[in-house]
Write a protein that binds this ligand. Structure first.
Ligand code: BES
Ligand code: ZN
Length: 489
């Protein structure tokens, strides 16, 4: 009985998918081992001391692509300056597999860099050692974005292992600076790849670098917020001072920076920077109803975060709107302040407050940057401190939305049904992938985000993981996507 049921599902899969899916299942252990290798490479782009590891990750991936028969080039994207020092940016992988004019061409993007992670941050296992426990694969980058990048590679390999022709031509753009704002990538896309004709034969762009909204239902994503990252620096003295000896005699930089940071957002998360909401796109007819149909349970969500309370009284529609289509401001930290455990009694000489704003249609990074800097300058004048203050935008990325009614999305929805037997939700997301809008502009084609990870994967956080099930079924999803896109006329 159960065999018949199993068989029925297998038989209901079209074309080569039963064979390819079977191949994916057979290689589960091997695919996990490949992820283990990738996670072990500490490609932290936000930490310049890890640049060699970023390069190592790029070379490792290049080799994997070449083993699949792809033609791959490493593109130099120059240098960038941090704290007055110049550092080389890791090369970008640009390549293709297949160039059959009778086939559609899909361009896939992914990133090979990760956020920092230390055991002492509260990880239960070594962050750069993949650990399998209870059907979960823990490790930095497991879900963001090494796991999904490998799902693409394994989907391709699975076709090849079965001797089945890949139904589409594939173009690759893989970078290792996404977590640092994709520096240098726009220039490569607009000034090198587009003029060289790289996008001429591209029909679709697909990115797997986000997660399902919840933990059980797959989704397809048609919108992301952009982001503007700011530093606000205050210097009160040429060096740190003894708070017993000098306390009471100087205007302290920490008090100034805390004052400025505290003037940005109220206790309910409303941004109080002048003009900040001015360009936010108005709500369109039927928009709220759209959110109603999305599967999202605020109580489950709260539980999965271990949060003590949710904004907007936990209202589902408000939560989705404030996550997807309204800006939010987050204060990330203060460089130069005491962060070590213990009771150090120092007056920091110079501190840098760090915060970012997730921006939405129709906000432009430069305009928001000006609002923020003007506002902080005005607040600083009100403060009347003799200290030195400088507020500036460090990097930014634009928001992105696409048309979810496009045939590309319909193809991905069919692919999702082949694997998960369920119609995916069409979602937007609150996170940012700066290159998404650039790929849309440079190619002039429909862009889609097709996530494989689950909503509780905890990207950027302690104990990041990808479920074995998501990793394996995600590989099938991307294989099915290639099949469905190949059928498009
Ligand atoms: N994978 C995320 C982006 C993401 C997260 C999309 C959640 C959708 C939902 C990506 O790697 C990331 O974290 N990007 C940075 C970009 C930033 C540095 C410009 C981010 O969103 O913080
Ligand atoms: Zn990512």
């Amino acid at each position: 009985m159960s065999y018949l049921k199993f068989k029925k599902i297998i038989m209901s899969l079209p074309g080569p998918l039963p064979t390819v899916f079977d191949q994916v299942d057979k290689n589960k252990t091997k695919f996990i081992e490949v992820l283990r290798e990738a996670v072990a490479i500490k490609s932290i782009s936000t930490d310049v001391t890890c640049r060699d590891e970023c390069t190592k990750m790029v070379l490792w991936t290049k080799k994997k692509l070449e083993a699949l028969g792809a033609t791959v080039e490493l593109k130099n994207i120059g240098t960038h300056v941090i704290d007055g020092k110049t550092y080389p940016l890791p090369d970008v992988i640009v390549g293709y597999l297949g160039n059959d004019p009778k086939k559609k061409t899909t361009c896939i993007y992914g990133h090979l860099d990760v956020q920092p992670a230390n055991l002492s941050d509260g990880w239960l296992t070594e962050p750069f050692e993949l650990v399998e426990k209870d059907g979960k694969l823990f490790g930095r980058g497991s879900t963001d974005d090494k796991g999904p990048v490998l799902c693409w590679l394994h989907a391709i390999e699975s076709y090849q292992n079965c001797g089945i022709d890949i139904p589409v031509n594939i173009k690759f753009v893989f970078e290792a600076m996404e977590e640092s704002g994709s520096e240098g990538l726009d220039e490569l896309l607009y000034d090198v790849l587009k003029p060289s004709g790289f996008f001429n034969d591209v029909d679709f762009v697909c990115i797997s670098d986000n997660y399902w909204l919840g933990t059980t239902k797959p989704c397809i994503t048609y919108g992301l917020r952009g982001m503007c990252y700011f530093f606000v620096e205050v210097e009160c003295a040429a060096q740190d001072l003894h708070s017993g000896v000098m306390g009471g005699t100087v205007h302290e930089s920490m008090a100034d920076v805390v004052y400025l940071l505290n003037s940005l957002v109220d206790k309910d998360g409303k941004i109080i920077i002048t003009n900040l909401y001015k360009e936010v796109a108005p709500i369109f007819d039927g928009e709220k109803e759209m959110y109603e149909n999305i599967e999202f349970d605020p109580i489950e969500y709260k539980k999965s975060l271990g949060a003590h309370g949710l904004a907007h009284n936990g209202d589902k529609i408000q939560l989705l709107m404030y996550r997807w289509r309204y800006p939010s401001l987050s204060i990330h930290g203060i460089q130069g302040a005491v962060w070590e455990p213990g009771t150090k009694t120092v007056i920091p000489g110079k501190v840098i407050g760090k915060f970012s704003i997730r921006i939405v249609p129709d906000q432009e990074p430069e305009v928001i940057g000006k609002y923020v800097v003007d506002y902080l300058n005005a607040k600083w004048a009100e403060r009347g401190s003799p200290n030195r203050m400088k507020a500036h935008m460090v990097h930014s990325g634009r928001p992105w939305t696409a048309d979810p009614k496009h045939e590309h999305y319909a193809a991905a929805a069919r692919a999702t049904k082949h694997v998960f037997k369920i119609e995916p939700d069409m979602c937007r997301e609150g996170g940012s992938i700066p290159v998404t809008i650039s790929l849309q502009e440079a190619s002039g084609k429909n862009v889609m985000l097709l996530p494989v990870g689950a909503g509780d994967d905890m990207a950027h956080s302690q104990n990041e993981k990808i479920n074995v099930k998501n990793y394996i079924e995600g590989t099938k999803l991307l294989a099915a996507y290639l099949y469905e896109v190949g059928l498009l006329k």
